[in-house]
Every structure is written in C-alpha cells, then in structure tokens.
Design a protein around this ligand. Structure first.
Ligand code: FAD
Ligand code: DHB
Length: 404
C-alpha cells in the first residue's frame, strides 16, 4: 500500500514524537513509523533529567501539563569523591537555571497521547506502531520514499522530507552514502547497571559519586521511587548482580558520614554500555538525522535525551522556514548548527565520565590527574561554574549560536 505525508518520521522516541507534535501545531502533516509496539515504547526505562531548553521545547509543543504537575525541579547537584561531598549550586552559578527530573518514558507517553488524541477521523494515523522501516529511496529527489513492513505487508510512505529519528540501531544513518560520512567513536571499559526501586529517595538532589570501587549515581523518579546506577564491568550480566550486591555497592560508593541510603524492592534492572559516537553529516538530500541516530553520549552528563530534543528543535525551525518561506537556507546549515552543540556536549559527557568512573586500565599518573581535577572543582568557583553551565545546557546553547 502507498501512503503520503509531508514529513515522514522514522522512530517514536523523544526526537520523532516531538518533531511530529511541533509540526502538527503548525498544520504540517507527518507520519511516525515505529518498529516496536506502543506498550514497549512507553515502558522502556531510560533518561530522567531535563534541561530548561528541553522543557521550553516541550512547552512549545503543548506537552507540559503533567510535567508541570509532577516534574521535580532541582537547584543543584552533589558530587562525591570517596565520600567527600561537594555541592554544585546550579542556580547561583548560572544566574538562575534549574533542571527538572521527569522520566523520558513519561515524556514519550505524554507526546503519544497528544498525537493520537489529535487524529482527524479521515486522516492518516499519525503514529504507526510495529511498522519497521527497511529502506529509503529518492533522497536526492523532491519526494523521497520510505519502505516499511507492518503485519507482514509491504508499504511505502512518500513525503517531502524524511526525519531519521530511529536511534543508534536504526536504518537512517546508513542511508547517507558511506563515502560522505565521517564517524568518531569511543567505547568505555565499563557499563552502568541501572535500577528502579520502590523506596523514597534518600536525597533531595542527585548524587554523582566517584569511589575507588567505581561510580554510583542516586537519582529519582518521584517522592516514592528512586533511580540508582552503579558502575559494573563490561562482561557482567544481571546474574552477577543480585539485589543484595547492588545495595551493598551503592551503600559503599554513595556513602558519607551520617548519611544513610534507604533500600527497597527493586522493580527493574538493566545494563547499559557506555559510548561516545558522532556521525557526520547529519543530512543528505531530503534526509535529516536527529538524536541518537547521529550521536551517542555516555549518560554521565545526562545529555542524550536533551541533545535529541535540541536537534529536533533545530530541525523543526529549519522545516518551518522551508514551509513558510520556501527557503532551504536553514536546512542547508542544519548539520553545521547541530555539530557545535554536539561537540560541546560530547566534551562535557566525556569529562564527567572520566572524572567519576574508575577506569580499570588507568595508569597511576591518570589516577592523580583525576583526583586533581576533583580538587579543582572543590576549590575553584570557576571550575564549578563551568560544570554548572554545561549541566544546565547554557554552554551548549551558546556553542550552537557561535558563528565560528
Ligand atoms: P530513541 O529513544 O532510541 O528512539 C528511536 C526509536 O526508533 C525507537 O523507538 C526505536 O524502536 C525506533 N526504531 C529503530 N529502528 C527503526 C526502524 N528501522 N523502523 C522504525 N522504527 C525504528 N540518556 C541519558 O541522558 N541518561 C540515561 O540514563 C540514559 N539511559 C539510557 C539507557 C538505554 C538502555 C538507552 C538505549 C539510552 C539511554 N540514554 C540515556 C540515552 C537517551 O535515552 C537517548 O539519548 C534518547 O532516547 C534519544 O532519543 P531518540 O529519539 O533519538 O532515540
Ligand atoms: C538520570 C540519568 C543520568 O544519566 C543522569 O546523569 C542523571 C539522571 C536519571 O535517569 O534520572
């Protein structure tokens, strides 16, 4: 069967869903193709920390009703080095910026409700679940076609533009000719084991902890649910980490005199590899990549979701210049505009990762540098301010706006 729309979007993660919702608000039609079921997409546990820029874009999309009620606004974060704690006052160091804890799964659910709720009865369904994109044709023409399969049947979707929002394992990135593509890749020698636990958080602000035994992070989802992460080995499986071992390591690594970590039933456990990855360019003909399809960061700086939303914002603005003024100008500069932000975020995510993890391959020299970097954070307001600026997203925004 053949279908038609204005913007064909591959992937119903935050990048694809947000683009579809922003376009819909401006009267531009789109169809999102998603290979997983709606239930699966809405239940995947991933990131949880939103920058103000991200909240602003979600507000522009009309997607903040529940976020405004349930999001937890934070004024600072705590860094811990072998039990010694240092608070980074985000508000004071950035002249007023805060961050919001609100799970990626909730952002995704809110956007899906909005899109499915706005379907005119006679229109194309705005999100097709269990629809797997297999190939994109005609990217050099003015009407590219996405080939996909659903319920064992072959379909095509012809559109003005294709948005490749299909994450790291999608097909979009590979549709850009290999001879035009440059890839930068770094894999870290450790992973994160993440848990969701039914226990009130033991802290009001996130704690990022370096410990000789490895990294740990105390985050949260609500006043009743905690989200915690612990560094593990790349060869570890979930069988290596019974609940008692997870809590014991978290107690040691997050520990500080006079502070107790409350334990509770573990609802979910996953292991996530750590990687930095950039593929350039983010566009080819009528195809534009957004989010994890073009770049991956290790999660220590909480940037993956925020970067996906920032790309999508830039792509939406450029598409609107096309649809309103018939000008390709902002589409042509899409990659260049994103890359400045992407590299700023790459550097920050790498910095936070190497500051806070125990690298099993590090030399004694590297270990001293790591300690010295942490000492500088404690003693230098300028060093803390730089972390704060990057964490709330200002530095990335300024970098994207720079002209050279
Ligand atoms: P995705 O959310 O990956 O969405 C892509 C969508 O495309 C998916 O729904 C996928 O099913 C679909 N798709 C793929 N191929 C096809 C196809 N051929 N046809 C149709 N659909 C397709 N970031 C943090 O900052 N902190 C964290 O703690 C954190 N934890 C993470 C844990 C995991 C397991 C993963 C995978 C990522 C994590 N991230 C984290 C990163 C963050 O979640 C991502 O940066 C964010 O999801 C990027 O959004 P996206 O829309 O670009 O891609
Ligand atoms: C969360 C994840 C992160 O990677 C991070 O840096 C902060 C918070 C979270 O899932 O809550």
């Amino acid at each position: 069967m053949n279908h038609q729309t204005q913007v064909g979007i591959i992937g119903a993660g935050p990048a694809g869903l947000l683009l579809s919702q922003l376009l819909d608000q401006q009267g531009i039609r789109s169809v999102v193709l998603e290979n997983r079921s709606q239930e699966r997409v809405e239940s995947r546990q991933r990131a949880g920390l939103l920058e103000q820029n991200t909240v602003d874009r979600l507000r522009q999309a009309g997607a903040t009703d529940r976020l405004d009620r349930e999001g937890l606004v934070h004024d600072g974060i705590i860094l811990s080095y072998n039990g010694q704690r240092h608070r980074i006052d985000l508000v004071e160091l950035t002249s007023g910026s805060r961050v919001t804890i609100y799970a990626q799964t909730e952002v995704v659910k809110d956007l899906i409700r909005l899109r499915l709720g706005s379907t005119p009865l006679d229109a194309e369904v705005p999100i097709s679940f269990e629809a797997e994109a297999t190939r994109i044709d005609g990217l050099e023409s003015s009407s590219p076609t996405i080939h996909y399969t659903q319920n064992g049947e072959a379909h095509t979707l012809t559109c003005d533009f294709v948005a490749g929002c299909d994450g790291f394992h999608g097909i979009s990135r590979a549709s850009i000719p290999a001879e035009l593509t440059k890839v930068y890749d770094k894999v870290y020698p450790y992973c994160w084991l993440g848990i969701l636990a039914k226990v009130p958080p033991s802290t009001h602000e996130l704690i990022y902890a370096y410990h000789e035994r490895g990294f740990a992070l105390h985050s949260m989802r609500s006043p009743e649910i905690s989200r915690l992460y612990v560094q593990c080995n790349v060869t570890d499986t979930l069988e290596d980490w019974p609940d008692e071992r997870i809590w014991a390591e978290l107690q040691i690594r997050l520990g500080s005199t006079g502070w107790v970590l409350a334990e509770g039933p573990i609802l979910e456990k996953t292991i996530t590899p750590m990687r930095s990855f950039v593929s350039e360019p983010m566009q080819y003909g009528r195809l534009f990549l957004s989010g994890d399809s073009a770049h991956i960061v290790p999660p220590t700086g909480a940037k993956g979701l925020n970067m996906a939303v920032a790309d999508t914002g830039s792509l939406f603005d450029a598409l609107m210049t096309w649809y309103r003024e018939g000008s390709r100008a902002n589409l042509d500069t899409y990659t260049a505009g994103c890359m400045r932000r992407v590299w700023r975020v790459q550097e920050f995510s790498n910095f936070m990762t190497e500051l806070l993890h125990h690298n099993p391959d590090r030399t004694p020299f590297d270990a001293h540098l790591q300690t010295s970097r942490f000492n500088q954070l404690i003693t230098s307001r300028a060093a803390s301010a730089l972390v704060a600026e990057n964490y709330v997203g200002h530095a990335a925004k300024q970098s994207a706006e720079a002209t050279t």
